[in-house]
Design a protein around this ligand. Structure first.
Ligand code: HEM
Length: 364
C-alpha cells in the first residue's frame, strides 16, 4: 500500500500472516521507523520512544520495562482487583441512574470506568483524572494538529513531572510506589511508564465498553441470549473484541532487513500495517466472520495483539468489560438507544474506534 507520506509499504489482512509477522524477528516496533497508515499530523519523524515508553521499542529495552509491569497485570492480580472494579462500575451506574433516561453513556459510564480504575492502580488523584483523559484523547485523535498535540503532551508531562518526583519522596501502595521501591527506574523512566499505562488503558477500554454496549443493543437477539444466561459473558466479551476490533489502524511494524515474507520481498525499512479488523474477520480463519455470535467457540482473535507486544492490560481489559456489561444490563435491563443508531456520532478520526456519545434510555 501507499502511505500518506508517499512511502510504499504493506498491509497484512490474513490472520495466519498477521500472527507470523507479529512474532517475526525481522520486524521492529520501534517508533523511529513507523509511519501512520492514515493521514495525520501526529508523525514522529524518526524520533525514538521516550525512556520507559516501551510499547514502541524492541527487546532488550522492551523486555526490561515490560518485565517490571507484568506482575501487576496477571490473571491472578486482575482477579484480586475485581472488587475495586465492581465498586467503580456501580458508582458510575449510580451516576447514570441520577442522570436519568437520555443520559450519555460515554460521558457518565464508559469513559469514566477505565480511567478511574487505572488512576487508582497508579495512584493518580481523582482531581487530575479528567484533565489526563482529555490529553490522552487529544493524542488519540488523528485530526489533532501539531499545536494541539504539543499542548496535550506538555499538559500530560507537566502533570507527571510534578506527580512522579512527589511520589518518589513519598511512595504509596500502588504500581508507581512499587516501581519506585524497586529502585530500577529513574524519574524519566517512571514518567514514561506512567504515560504508557494511562494512554494504553483509557481510550482503548472506554471505546470497547461503549462499542460493546452499542453493538449488543443493535443485536437484540444476542443480548437476549446473554441476559438469559450470564455464563455466556466470557465468550461474549471475546466475540465482541473480535467483531469490533477497535484498534482499527492495526499494529505497525517495519523491516529491520530485506525479508521474504508471504511470497513477497519486504525491503529493509518498509513499513507494515497489520490490519487487525480485517485479520479478525478473515474468512479463511472464521466461519461467517461478519456475524456477531456470542457463542462462537473459535476465538484466537488478535484484537489485543500477538507476540511480545500483546496487550499488557488484556486481563484487566477483559475484567472491566465483563463486570461493566454484566452490571449495566443487570441494573438497566430495558436499556436502549435514545436516538436512531445512525445518528450516534462516531469517532472515525481516532486511533481507537467508538462512539463520541451514546444517548441511552430505559424504563424507570
Ligand atoms: C479493550 C481494551 C484494549 C484493547 C483493544 C487494547 C489493544 C492493544 C493492542 C492491539 C496492543 C498491541 C499493539 C501492537 O502490537 O503494536 C496493545 C498493547 C498494549 N496495551 Fe492494550 N488494549 C486494551 C486495553 C489495555 C489496558 C487496560 C492497558 C493497561 C495496562 C493496556 C496497555 C497496553 C500496553 C502497555 C501495550 C504495549 C505492550 C507492549 O508493547 O509490550 N491496554 N493493546
Amino acid at each position: 500500500m501507499s502511505y500518506p507520506d508517499g512511502t510504499s509499504g504493506w498491509l497484512i489482512t490474513r490472520h495466519a500472516e498477521a500472527k507470523e509477522l507479529l512474532t517475526h524477528k525481522s520486524f521492529s516496533a520501534r517508533q523511529e521507523g513507523l509511519v501512520s497508515p492514515v493521514p495525520t499530523e501526529l508523525q514522529y519523524e524518526g524520533r525514538p520512544a521516550d525512556p520507559g515508553a516501551f510499547a514502541k521499542t524492541d527487546d532488550p529495552i522492551h523486555g526490561k520495562y515490560r518485565k517490571l509491569l507484568t506482575g501487576f497485570f496477571t490473571v491472578r492480580r486482575t482477579r484480586q482487583l475485581a472488587p475495586m472494579i465492581e465498586r467503580i462500575v456501580h458508582e458510575q451506574l449510580d451516576d447514570l441512574e441520577k442522570a436519568g433516561p437520555g443520559a450519555d453513556l460515554v460521558e457518565v459510564f464508559t469513559e469514566s470506568v477505565p480511567s478511574r480504575v487505572m488512576c487508582e492502580m497508579i495512584g493518580v488523584p481523582e482531581s487530575e483524572r479528567k484533565t489526563l483523559q482529555r490529553h490522552a484523547e487529544t493524542l488519540g485523535r488523528l485530526s489533532c494538529t501539531v499545536p494541539e498535540a504539543l499542548a496535550a503532551v506538555s499538559g500530560m508531562s507537566g502533570f507527571l513531572a510534578r506527580f512522579v518526583p512527589a511520589r518518589m519522596d513519598d511512595p504509596r501502595d500502588d504500581i508507581l510506589g512499587d516501581l519506585i521501591r524497586g529502585g530500577q527506574l529513574d524519574e524519566q523512566e517512571l514518567m514514561g511508564m506512567a504515560a504508557t499505562l494511562i494512554t494504553g488503558a483509557f481510550d482503548t477500554t472506554g471505546n470497547m465498553l461503549a462499542m460493546g454496549v452499542f453493538t449488543l443493543l443493535e443485536h437484540p437477539e444476542q443480548l437476549a441470549k446473554l441476559q438469559a444466561d450470564p455464563e455466556l459473558m466470557g465468550g461474549a466479551v471475546e466475540e465482541l473484541l473480535r467483531f469490533l476490533t477497535i484498534s482499527h489502524l492495526g499494529a505497525g511494524r517495519w523491516a529491520l532487513e530485506d525479508v521474504e515474507f508471504a511470497g513477497q520481498t519486504i525491503k529493509k525499512g518498509d513499513v507494515v500495517t497489520v490490519a487487525l479488523p480485517a485479520v479478525n474477520r478473515d474468512p479463511e480463519r472464521y466461519a461467517n466472520p461478519d456475524q456477531l455470535d456470542i457463542v462462537r467457540e473459535d476465538h484466537g482473535h488478535l484484537a489485543l495483539g500477538h507476540g511480545v507486544h500483546q496487550c499488557l492490560g488484556q486481563h484487566l481489559a477483559r475484567t472491566i468489560l465483563r463486570v461493566g456489561y454484566e452490571a449495566l444490563f443487570d441494573r438497566f435491563p430495558t436499556l436502549r438507544l435514545a436516538v436512531p443508531a445512525d445518528e450516534v456520532p462516531m469517532r472515525d478520526d481516532f486511533v481507537h474506534y467508538g462512539p463520541r456519545s451514546l444517548p441511552v434510555t430505559w424504563d424507570d
